[in-house]
Design a protein around this ligand. Structure first.
Ligand code: ZN
Length: 344
Protein backbone atom coordinates (compact mmCIF):
# COMPACT_ATOMS: atom_id res chain seq x y z
CA UNK A 1 0.00 0.00 0.00
CA UNK A 2 1.14 3.56 -0.70
CA UNK A 3 0.92 6.72 1.35
CA UNK A 4 1.28 10.30 0.14
CA UNK A 5 3.42 12.53 2.37
CA UNK A 6 5.60 15.62 2.49
CA UNK A 7 9.34 14.92 2.38
CA UNK A 8 12.07 17.04 4.01
CA UNK A 9 15.70 16.34 3.16
CA UNK A 10 16.91 17.83 6.45
CA UNK A 11 19.13 20.30 4.63
CA UNK A 12 16.83 22.60 2.71
CA UNK A 13 13.62 24.03 4.13
CA UNK A 14 11.62 22.99 1.08
CA UNK A 15 9.06 20.23 1.37
CA UNK A 16 8.48 17.88 -1.56
CA UNK A 17 5.69 15.51 -2.44
CA UNK A 18 6.59 11.89 -1.88
CA UNK A 19 4.86 8.54 -2.21
CA UNK A 20 5.82 6.04 0.47
CA UNK A 21 5.75 2.31 -0.15
CA UNK A 22 6.06 0.19 2.98
CA UNK A 23 7.96 -3.11 2.64
CA UNK A 24 9.03 -5.74 5.19
CA UNK A 25 12.52 -4.29 5.54
CA UNK A 26 12.00 -0.57 5.15
CA UNK A 27 10.35 2.26 3.23
CA UNK A 28 10.75 3.12 -0.41
CA UNK A 29 10.24 6.83 -1.03
CA UNK A 30 9.37 8.00 -4.55
CA UNK A 31 9.96 11.75 -4.82
CA UNK A 32 8.14 14.10 -7.16
CA UNK A 33 11.29 14.59 -9.27
CA UNK A 34 11.43 10.89 -10.15
CA UNK A 35 14.22 10.02 -7.70
CA UNK A 36 13.83 7.42 -4.96
CA UNK A 37 15.14 7.09 -1.44
CA UNK A 38 15.48 3.86 0.55
CA UNK A 39 14.93 4.01 4.31
CA UNK A 40 16.08 0.86 6.01
CA UNK A 41 13.81 -0.18 8.89
CA UNK A 42 16.78 -0.23 11.28
CA UNK A 43 17.31 3.51 10.86
CA UNK A 44 13.65 4.46 11.00
CA UNK A 45 12.29 6.59 13.84
CA UNK A 46 8.73 7.56 14.66
CA UNK A 47 9.17 11.14 15.83
CA UNK A 48 5.46 11.90 16.16
CA UNK A 49 2.22 9.88 15.93
CA UNK A 50 -0.41 12.57 16.19
CA UNK A 51 -1.84 14.93 15.12
CA UNK A 52 0.46 14.23 12.21
CA UNK A 53 2.74 11.27 11.70
CA UNK A 54 6.39 12.24 11.41
CA UNK A 55 8.90 9.57 10.44
CA UNK A 56 12.61 10.27 10.44
CA UNK A 57 15.65 8.59 8.98
CA UNK A 58 18.97 10.32 9.66
CA UNK A 59 18.32 13.99 8.94
CA UNK A 60 15.47 13.23 6.52
CA UNK A 61 11.82 13.25 7.50
CA UNK A 62 8.38 12.60 6.07
CA UNK A 63 5.17 14.07 7.44
CA UNK A 64 1.65 12.79 6.73
CA UNK A 65 -1.81 12.92 8.28
CA UNK A 66 -2.83 9.33 7.57
CA UNK A 67 -1.90 7.43 10.75
CA UNK A 68 -2.79 4.08 9.14
CA UNK A 69 0.84 3.90 8.00
CA UNK A 70 1.92 3.27 11.61
CA UNK A 71 0.27 -0.15 11.68
CA UNK A 72 1.93 -1.08 8.40
CA UNK A 73 5.51 -0.19 9.39
CA UNK A 74 7.96 -3.08 9.49
CA UNK A 75 8.58 -4.33 13.04
CA UNK A 76 11.98 -3.49 14.45
CA UNK A 77 13.34 -3.35 17.99
CA UNK A 78 15.68 -0.56 17.06
CA UNK A 79 12.71 1.66 16.39
CA UNK A 80 11.58 1.64 20.01
CA UNK A 81 15.08 2.39 21.25
CA UNK A 82 15.51 5.24 18.78
CA UNK A 83 12.14 6.60 19.79
CA UNK A 84 13.19 6.58 23.41
CA UNK A 85 16.42 8.35 22.46
CA UNK A 86 14.41 11.06 20.67
CA UNK A 87 12.28 11.40 23.79
CA UNK A 88 15.41 11.85 25.84
CA UNK A 89 16.68 14.61 23.58
CA UNK A 90 13.29 16.32 23.80
CA UNK A 91 13.31 16.26 27.59
CA UNK A 92 16.86 17.55 27.55
CA UNK A 93 15.67 20.42 25.35
CA UNK A 94 12.78 21.07 27.74
CA UNK A 95 15.25 21.34 30.61
CA UNK A 96 17.42 23.69 28.58
CA UNK A 97 14.38 25.85 27.78
CA UNK A 98 13.63 26.13 31.49
CA UNK A 99 17.19 27.24 32.05
CA UNK A 100 16.89 29.90 29.33
CA UNK A 101 13.75 31.15 31.00
CA UNK A 102 15.76 31.63 34.15
CA UNK A 103 18.01 33.85 32.12
CA UNK A 104 21.32 32.07 32.04
CA UNK A 105 22.96 33.50 28.96
CA UNK A 106 25.90 31.08 28.96
CA UNK A 107 23.50 28.15 28.83
CA UNK A 108 21.51 29.85 26.14
CA UNK A 109 24.65 29.89 24.05
CA UNK A 110 25.29 26.22 24.72
CA UNK A 111 21.61 25.61 23.91
CA UNK A 112 21.81 27.25 20.48
CA UNK A 113 24.86 25.13 19.73
CA UNK A 114 22.91 22.06 20.85
CA UNK A 115 19.97 22.68 18.49
CA UNK A 116 20.48 20.32 15.52
CA UNK A 117 20.64 22.05 12.12
CA UNK A 118 17.61 20.04 10.96
CA UNK A 119 15.53 21.73 13.67
CA UNK A 120 16.91 25.12 12.69
CA UNK A 121 15.83 24.40 9.12
CA UNK A 122 12.32 23.39 10.26
CA UNK A 123 12.11 26.47 12.45
CA UNK A 124 13.29 28.75 9.64
CA UNK A 125 10.74 27.18 7.32
CA UNK A 126 7.89 27.82 9.77
CA UNK A 127 8.95 31.46 10.19
CA UNK A 128 9.44 31.90 6.43
CA UNK A 129 5.93 30.62 5.69
CA UNK A 130 4.47 33.07 8.18
CA UNK A 131 6.54 36.10 7.23
CA UNK A 132 6.92 35.84 3.47
CA UNK A 133 3.81 35.99 1.31
CA UNK A 134 4.41 33.71 -1.71
CA UNK A 135 3.17 36.39 -4.12
CA UNK A 136 5.79 38.85 -2.84
CA UNK A 137 8.68 36.65 -3.98
CA UNK A 138 10.21 37.89 -7.24
CA UNK A 139 10.14 35.11 -9.81
CA UNK A 140 12.46 36.47 -12.51
CA UNK A 141 14.43 33.35 -13.49
CA UNK A 142 17.58 35.00 -14.82
CA UNK A 143 17.89 37.26 -11.78
CA UNK A 144 17.23 34.46 -9.31
CA UNK A 145 19.77 32.22 -11.02
CA UNK A 146 22.37 34.99 -10.89
CA UNK A 147 21.81 35.58 -7.17
CA UNK A 148 21.76 31.85 -6.38
CA UNK A 149 25.12 31.51 -8.15
CA UNK A 150 26.55 34.41 -6.13
CA UNK A 151 25.33 32.86 -2.86
CA UNK A 152 26.80 29.49 -3.86
CA UNK A 153 30.12 31.20 -4.64
CA UNK A 154 30.20 32.62 -1.10
CA UNK A 155 28.99 29.41 0.54
CA UNK A 156 31.75 27.47 -1.22
CA UNK A 157 34.28 29.59 0.69
CA UNK A 158 32.81 28.62 4.08
CA UNK A 159 35.02 26.05 5.82
CA UNK A 160 32.33 23.47 6.47
CA UNK A 161 28.69 24.31 6.75
CA UNK A 162 25.72 22.17 7.76
CA UNK A 163 23.41 24.67 6.05
CA UNK A 164 22.23 25.03 2.49
CA UNK A 165 21.73 28.67 1.61
CA UNK A 166 18.82 29.89 -0.44
CA UNK A 167 18.06 33.50 -1.30
CA UNK A 168 14.54 34.82 -1.79
CA UNK A 169 14.20 38.34 -3.17
CA UNK A 170 10.89 39.83 -2.11
CA UNK A 171 9.08 42.89 -3.44
CA UNK A 172 9.58 45.30 -0.54
CA UNK A 173 10.73 48.88 -1.03
CA UNK A 174 12.64 49.15 2.26
CA UNK A 175 16.40 48.70 2.41
CA UNK A 176 16.71 45.44 4.29
CA UNK A 177 17.85 41.85 4.28
CA UNK A 178 17.68 39.17 6.91
CA UNK A 179 18.54 35.57 7.62
CA UNK A 180 16.39 32.88 9.14
CA UNK A 181 17.75 29.99 11.22
CA UNK A 182 18.80 27.17 8.94
CA UNK A 183 19.94 29.18 5.92
CA UNK A 184 17.06 31.04 4.27
CA UNK A 185 18.23 34.53 3.29
CA UNK A 186 15.66 37.17 2.41
CA UNK A 187 16.61 40.28 0.45
CA UNK A 188 14.20 43.17 -0.07
CA UNK A 189 13.99 44.51 -3.62
CA UNK A 190 14.60 47.97 -2.13
CA UNK A 191 18.07 46.86 -1.09
CA UNK A 192 18.82 44.90 -4.26
CA UNK A 193 18.00 47.91 -6.44
CA UNK A 194 20.54 50.01 -4.54
CA UNK A 195 23.40 47.58 -5.18
CA UNK A 196 25.82 48.70 -7.87
CA UNK A 197 27.69 45.41 -8.25
CA UNK A 198 27.40 41.71 -7.40
CA UNK A 199 30.13 42.25 -4.79
CA UNK A 200 27.96 44.76 -2.92
CA UNK A 201 25.13 42.24 -2.66
CA UNK A 202 27.69 39.59 -1.71
CA UNK A 203 28.73 41.84 1.20
CA UNK A 204 25.15 41.76 2.51
CA UNK A 205 24.80 38.01 1.92
CA UNK A 206 28.15 37.28 3.60
CA UNK A 207 27.03 39.19 6.71
CA UNK A 208 23.70 37.33 6.78
CA UNK A 209 25.30 33.92 6.19
CA UNK A 210 27.54 34.48 9.17
CA UNK A 211 24.49 35.24 11.34
CA UNK A 212 23.35 31.72 10.38
CA UNK A 213 26.78 30.07 10.75
CA UNK A 214 27.32 31.71 14.14
CA UNK A 215 23.77 30.74 15.08
CA UNK A 216 22.85 34.30 16.03
CA UNK A 217 19.36 33.87 14.59
CA UNK A 218 18.80 30.66 16.54
CA UNK A 219 20.17 32.25 19.70
CA UNK A 220 17.91 35.25 19.24
CA UNK A 221 14.99 32.81 18.90
CA UNK A 222 15.92 31.24 22.23
CA UNK A 223 15.96 34.67 23.89
CA UNK A 224 12.46 35.57 22.69
CA UNK A 225 9.49 33.90 24.36
CA UNK A 226 7.18 33.80 21.31
CA UNK A 227 9.92 32.41 19.06
CA UNK A 228 10.81 29.90 21.76
CA UNK A 229 7.25 28.61 21.71
CA UNK A 230 7.51 28.20 17.97
CA UNK A 231 10.76 26.26 18.30
CA UNK A 232 9.15 23.99 20.87
CA UNK A 233 6.18 23.45 18.54
CA UNK A 234 8.48 22.67 15.62
CA UNK A 235 10.62 20.31 17.66
CA UNK A 236 7.67 18.36 19.02
CA UNK A 237 6.03 18.35 15.58
CA UNK A 238 2.78 19.45 17.16
CA UNK A 239 -0.36 21.02 15.80
CA UNK A 240 0.58 24.23 17.62
CA UNK A 241 3.01 25.23 14.85
CA UNK A 242 0.60 27.44 12.86
CA UNK A 243 -0.60 29.28 15.97
CA UNK A 244 2.92 29.72 17.30
CA UNK A 245 4.13 30.88 13.89
CA UNK A 246 1.30 33.41 13.74
CA UNK A 247 2.25 34.81 17.12
CA UNK A 248 5.79 35.23 15.86
CA UNK A 249 4.65 36.78 12.57
CA UNK A 250 2.55 39.42 14.28
CA UNK A 251 4.78 40.24 17.23
CA UNK A 252 8.18 38.86 16.60
CA UNK A 253 11.11 41.05 15.81
CA UNK A 254 14.36 39.29 16.38
CA UNK A 255 16.89 41.57 17.92
CA UNK A 256 20.51 40.78 17.41
CA UNK A 257 22.93 42.00 19.98
CA UNK A 258 25.51 44.61 19.09
CA UNK A 259 28.16 41.93 19.58
CA UNK A 260 26.35 39.66 17.08
CA UNK A 261 26.45 42.41 14.46
CA UNK A 262 30.15 42.97 14.97
CA UNK A 263 30.85 39.25 14.73
CA UNK A 264 28.79 38.94 11.55
CA UNK A 265 30.58 41.98 10.09
CA UNK A 266 34.03 40.59 10.84
CA UNK A 267 33.25 37.04 9.74
CA UNK A 268 31.36 38.34 6.70
CA UNK A 269 34.35 40.43 5.65
CA UNK A 270 36.63 37.41 6.02
CA UNK A 271 34.19 35.34 3.98
CA UNK A 272 34.32 37.95 1.20
CA UNK A 273 38.12 37.68 1.27
CA UNK A 274 38.06 33.87 1.33
CA UNK A 275 35.77 33.97 -1.73
CA UNK A 276 38.34 36.29 -3.37
CA UNK A 277 35.74 39.01 -3.76
CA UNK A 278 36.49 42.70 -3.34
CA UNK A 279 35.71 43.03 0.38
CA UNK A 280 35.60 46.83 0.18
CA UNK A 281 32.24 46.39 -1.60
CA UNK A 282 30.81 45.46 1.80
CA UNK A 283 31.82 48.87 3.11
CA UNK A 284 30.40 50.50 -0.03
CA UNK A 285 26.96 49.00 0.57
CA UNK A 286 27.05 50.07 4.23
CA UNK A 287 27.70 53.61 3.00
CA UNK A 288 24.68 53.32 0.72
CA UNK A 289 22.73 52.16 3.75
CA UNK A 290 23.86 55.23 5.65
CA UNK A 291 22.20 57.42 3.03
CA UNK A 292 18.90 55.57 3.42
CA UNK A 293 16.36 57.13 5.70
CA UNK A 294 15.65 54.91 8.65
CA UNK A 295 12.43 52.95 8.43
CA UNK A 296 11.36 50.80 11.34
CA UNK A 297 11.91 47.31 10.01
CA UNK A 298 9.45 44.46 10.01
CA UNK A 299 10.42 40.97 10.97
CA UNK A 300 14.07 40.17 11.29
CA UNK A 301 16.08 43.32 11.08
CA UNK A 302 19.76 42.69 11.18
CA UNK A 303 20.85 45.59 9.04
CA UNK A 304 18.69 48.47 10.09
CA UNK A 305 18.37 47.99 13.82
CA UNK A 306 21.90 49.10 14.19
CA UNK A 307 22.16 52.85 14.40
CA UNK A 308 25.94 53.04 14.69
CA UNK A 309 26.76 52.43 11.05
CA UNK A 310 29.65 54.93 10.96
CA UNK A 311 31.30 52.95 13.74
CA UNK A 312 30.78 49.66 11.90
CA UNK A 313 32.18 51.15 8.71
CA UNK A 314 35.28 52.32 10.62
CA UNK A 315 35.75 48.87 12.12
CA UNK A 316 35.52 47.18 8.73
CA UNK A 317 37.86 49.69 7.14
CA UNK A 318 40.48 48.83 9.78
CA UNK A 319 39.90 45.09 9.42
CA UNK A 320 40.20 44.84 5.67
CA UNK A 321 43.40 43.16 4.54
CA UNK A 322 45.65 45.52 2.60
CA UNK A 323 46.69 43.17 -0.20
CA UNK A 324 44.04 40.49 -0.59
CA UNK A 325 43.83 38.08 -3.51
CA UNK A 326 40.92 39.33 -5.58
CA UNK A 327 39.32 37.99 -8.66
CA UNK A 328 36.80 39.80 -10.77
CA UNK A 329 33.41 38.21 -10.29
CA UNK A 330 31.87 37.54 -13.67
CA UNK A 331 28.11 37.72 -14.04
CA UNK A 332 26.14 36.21 -16.89
CA UNK A 333 23.77 39.18 -17.21
CA UNK A 334 24.46 42.89 -16.59
CA UNK A 335 24.17 43.57 -12.86
CA UNK A 336 21.84 46.54 -13.42
CA UNK A 337 19.35 44.05 -14.87
CA UNK A 338 19.62 41.69 -11.87
CA UNK A 339 19.28 44.63 -9.47
CA UNK A 340 15.94 45.47 -11.09
CA UNK A 341 14.73 41.88 -11.38
CA UNK A 342 11.57 42.55 -9.36
CA UNK A 343 10.42 45.02 -12.01
CA UNK A 344 10.62 42.44 -14.78
ZN1 ZN B 1 23.30 41.70 11.01
Amino acid sequence: MNWAAAYYDGVTARSRAVTIQVTDSGLLLALDDGTTRWWDASGLRIASRRPVVRLEHGVEAVVLRDASILAALPPTGARTAAYRATGFVLSLMAVLFLLYLKGLPALARAGAAAVPPSWEVALGEAIYKEMVAPESVCTDETGNAEIARLAAHLAAALPESPYEYRVAVIREPSFNAFALPGGALIVHSGLLEKTGSPEQLAGVLAHEMQHVELRHATRAVLRDASFRLLLTAVVTGGAEIPAAAKAVGSLGVLRYRRQDEEEADTAGLRLMEAARLDASAMIEIYRVMEQESFQPPKGFDPLLTHPNLPERIDRLTNLIRPDPVRERYETTAPWSRTARMCRE
